[in-house]
Write a protein that binds this ligand. Structure first.
Ligand code: PAF
Length: 294
């Protein structure tokens, strides 16, 4: 597996693959791999001749009070895991390589970014779309892979790709969970033992909402009441948001008439966790073939 720190090195690798008419799958990450990342890599491997993974903790998508400095990093472990999955090239640029002095161009998707995490984390999606657009321009992939856990991110990136006619396909892969349902996330390492137990409340509340939809409840206010009550039953949990919105436009909904995204952001102690499910009245209320919508 090739490890590249510069844009010209990874471009050279991509050029050679293209010269051999190989298709390129791309998994952008911030590293500290877990099974969710590895699943994206395996999906890329199945569908593409060559897989490129980037590891870049992108300062542009962190707010001033957020965890950029503490964000977990373990490059040697990541390198070993990526090689085991069969990744062909890792792109791990330093910050100056991505944002040289004088960097002043940003990519921003309007509308979709003005709700959910876009409200709680001002500037976050502008940072994400800017770095992802740069990475797409550097790696020139045929397909890029994103997890459904970051559903709003996947929708925003799909919109950017559509609006800017970027020549690639965005593939969304279902959330990978721990055996007790907690969505895998690099930030789960911040949780102490009692917090880790408390974090199960996110999945429990998603399941309660799915069950209510399967039982015929379509009223969004009542569904959110069920979710909020469950989360309130956990003393360590504090809701940042719990909302049900339309797909793919993330408009507010009063009633479920088709698939809707139930999205949660919950603080467990100091750690902010997100999770979601697709409530689908036509599919017994559960996620089902969720990633067709996201
Ligand atoms: O989902 C992430 O890890 C990041 O937001 C991404 C897509 C790698 C951009 O920095």
């Amino acid at each position: 597996m090739l490890v590249c720190r510069t844009i010209s090195e990874i471009r050279g690798f991509v050029r050679q693959a293209r010269a051999r008419s190989q298709t390129i799958g791309f998994v952008p990450t911030m590293g500290y791999f877990h099974e969710g990342h590895l699943t994206l890599m395996r999906e890329a491997k199945k569908a593409c001749d060559v897989v490129v993974v980037s590891i870049f903790v992108n300062p542009l998508q962190f707010g001033p009070q957020e965890d950029f400095n503490e964000y977990p990093r373990d490059f040697e472990r990541d390198k070993r895991l990526a090689a085991e999955v069969g990744v062909d090239a890792l792109f791990t640029p330093p910050v100056e390589e991505m944002y040289p002095a004088g960097f002043s161009t940003h990519v921003e998707v309007a509308g979709l970014t003005q709700c959910l995490c876009g409200l709680s984390r001002p500037g976050h999606f502008r940072g994400v779309t800017t770095v992802v657009a740069k990475l797409f321009n550097i790696v020139l992939p045929d397909r890029a892979y994103f997890g459904q856990k970051d559903a709003q991110q996947a929708l925003v990136i799909k919109r950017m790709v559509r609006d800017l006619n970027m020549p690639l396909e965005i593939v969304t892969v279902p959330t990978v969970r721990e055996p007790d349902g907690l969505a895998m996330s690099s930030r789960n390492v911040y949780l102490g033992p009692r917090e880790r137990e408390a974090a199960r409340v996110l999945y429990r509340s998603l399941k309660l909402a799915e069950r209510a939809v399967a039982g015929g409840e379509m009223d969004v206010a009542r569904l959110l009441e069920i979710v909020r009550q469950e989360i309130a039953s956990e003393p360590l949990a504090q809701i940042d948001y719990a909302e049900i919105r339309s797909l793919p436009d993330l408009e507010p909904l009063a009633r479920l008439q088709g698939p809707g995204l139930l999205a949660l952001a919950v603080r467990i102690g100091k750690t902010r966790l997100i999770d979601n499910t697709i409530l689908n009245p036509g599919n017994s209320g559960g996620a089902g073939d969720a990633f067709n919508y996201v």
